[in-house]
Design a protein around this ligand. Structure first.
Ligand code: G3P
Length: 216
């Protein structure tokens, strides 16, 4: 399973990248706004900075919601760097835009996926990635991981090449479950990635080793 970091924060991206396990980055308008990125030039410069930090796919989301504007915006985003993947919302014009980008050699990540039907449509349109939002499904009282399992089954049976990108990850257990169920990618906030490091027995064991090392 590939690891992406889900943030627009350059320091966090660098910290995850320095671990040597990072395969890419996903952003969204909320994450970009959180970093104070405003205006077309600043947005493009920020994506360029992310592309220069990480050698992997970088999802950059369109802000418009009609076909013509999404295509125009996506073309500009894709021109920033070859690693840019244009992130498109799961709406009717979004599906049309994904198909247009597919036909024109531009890779896409279909975001805001909450059902198998939505993922099937995005895959049929040729999306490179679909992003099911695990945490938000859990928040609403359903089991987000059931969707990952269902998508893995459907995509395998149908031989879809679209990658399942588990998103809206809230903790380390989400990452483990996504790996278990065969997600192709998991995009995670930095604390969830670092959460994978933790085990009290590791801390206790290391403290003991360090204590005993003094006797060596
Ligand atoms: O990048 C999209 C997704 O990961 C959002 O996560 O935590 O806002 O539900 P969250």
């Amino acid at each position: 399973m590939k690891f992406f970091i889900d943030t627009g924060n350059l320091a966090q991206i660098k910290e995850a990248n320095d671990l040597g396990i990072l395969d890419g980055v996903t952003t969204n308008p909320s994450l970009m706004a959180k970093e104070g990125i405003k205006g077309e030039e600043a947005i493009a410069a920020h994506y360029k900075a992310i592309c220069e930090l990480v050698d992997g796919d970088i999802s950059a989301e369109v802000l418009s919601t009609d076909f013509d504007s999404m295509v125009a915006e996506g073309k500009k985003l894709a021109a920033i760097h070859p690693n840019i993947v244009v992130k498109i919302p799961m709406i009717k014009d979004g599906v049309k835009a994904i198909k247009w980008f597919t036909d024109n050699g531009i890779r896409t990540n279909c975001t805001l996926i909450f059902s198998a039907g939505q993922a099937i449509l995005a895959a049929k349109a040729g999306a490179s990635y679909v992003s099911p939002f695990i945490g938000r499904i859990d928040d609403s009282g359903w089991d987000g991981m059931e969707l990952i399992g269902q998508l893995r089954h459907i995509f395998d049976v149908q031989n879809y090449k679209t990658e399942i990108l588990a998103a809206s990850i809230r903790n380390a257990l989400h990452i483990i479950k996504a790996a278990e169920l065969g997600a192709d990618v998991c995009t995670c906030p930095l604390p969830s990635i670092l959460g994978l490091l933790k085990h009290p027995l590791t801390d206790i064991g290391l403290a003991q080793f360090l204590e005993d090392a003094k006797k060596m």
